[in-house]
Design a protein around this ligand. Structure first.
Ligand code: NDP
Length: 313
């Protein structure tokens, strides 16, 4: 088992992690980054990013992450594959163990593990996972060319997924539990302009059906009201886009989180309840959850680490 010592361990490789790596590298802290299961994070499975400053024509998610990674490497960040499966924050230096047999001894830690897609919690989602059920239209949309698909959710992610799928699939249904969409006005307008997207408001999914592969969804309109209507919608693909949960499980024994699992940070800083452990990006941000706010928090975490190392040298 390899043992590595570092002044700063960055866990996670999304916009927060890479920005923290750029800043700590330039401050001569020589950070070590462990990338996690999805190097580059959530943006590697999105299409166009139109709102990250500095790209007037937009940029694809994977290209943006490639650029951030290259910038971190330019200043000497040590970026390694692996997933942190266990930590001990009870004494400093801290200890982190990875699934590929690294033991890391770190003076400071930046947790930037982001968030993962949520599922509805239906048994049928597991049954048809990979056989019609997906949480990533850009990963799996290709398999549904000319077919009928549904996207669950009414936020920006759901609209983005529906728009992407509308260029491949014959028909796209959005299954929305409320009478209105939560998405921004610009995304709503784009959805409404598309002739092959139909929004099913006030509708929930009770289950899925199909012999081997998914063949349809059991839907309920106006659930629990006198107008309640149950019906089956024949579809080949069922895409979840109902938000994300923060990836904090590994840290819970030591790190204080809110009731939904997001890491609590102190005031305007990125400090957690453990001195020397900081958190940045979606893992500590239930409110904004944007690539640019994650990058901003990554910068703050790096500056907090620099200050902590100076004060605790
Ligand atoms: P949101 O939390 O904004 O939306 C989640 C959607 O899923 C809501 O419509 C919600 O319904 C619905 N939902 C949640 N749980 C269930 C459930 N159990 N059953 C049925 N429906 C459910 O998440 P997003 O991932 O869409 O967005 C997260 C953040 O990222 C937002 O701030 C968003 O603006 C941002 N974002 C921005 C993009 C852009 O600017 N291009 C692209 C993607 C995301 P309800 O409204 O009833 O709660």
């Amino acid at each position: 088992m390899a043992e590595i010592k570092t002044r700063c361990l960055i866990i996670g490789s999304g916009p927060a992690g890479y920005t923290a790596a750029i800043y700590t590298s330039r401050a001569n802290i020589a950070p070590l980054m462990i990338e996690g299961y999805q190097p580059g994070g959530q943006l590697t499975i999105t299409t166009e990013v139109e709102n990250f400053p500095g790209y007037p024509e937009g940029v694809t998610g994977p290209k943006l992450m490639e650029d951030l990674r290259a910038q971190a490497m330019r200043f000497g960040a040590d970026i390694r594959p692996g997933f942190v499966k266990e930590v001990d924050f009870s004494t400093r230096p801290f200890v982190a163990k990875t699934d590929n047999d690294m033991t890391i001894i770190a003076d400071t830690i930046i947790i930037a593990t982001g968030a993962s897609a949520k599922y509805l919690g239906l048994d049928d989602e597991t049954k048809y996972n990979g056989m019609g059920v997906s949480a990533c239209a850009t990963c799996d949309g290709f398999f549904y060319r000319g077919k009928k698909v549904a996207v669950v959710g009414g936020g920006d992610t759901a609209c983005e997924e529906a728009l992407y799928l509308s260029n491949l699939a014959a028909e796209v249904y959005m299954i929305v539990r409320k009478p209105h969409l939560r998405a921004s006005k610009v995304m709503q307008a784009r959805v409404h302009e598309k002739e092959n997207i139909k929004v099913l408001h006030n509708t929930i999914t009770a289950g899925l059906y199909g012999v081997d592969f998914l063949e349809g969804a059991h839907l309920v309109e106006f659930n629990g009201t006198p107008e309640q209507r149950e019906y089956d919608l024949p579809i080949d693909g069922f895409f979840l886009a109902i938000g994300h949960s923060p990836n904090t499980e590994v840290f819970r024994p030591f790190i204080e989180c809110d009731h939904t699992g997001y890491i609590k940070v102190k005031g305007e800083t990125t400090a957690t309840n453990i001195p020397g452990v900081f958190a940045a990006g979606d893992v500590a941000d239930p409110l904004y959850r944007q690539a640019i706010t994650a990058a901003g928090m990554g910068c703050k975490a790096a500056l907090d680490v620099e200050r902590f190392l100076t004060e605790n040298a």
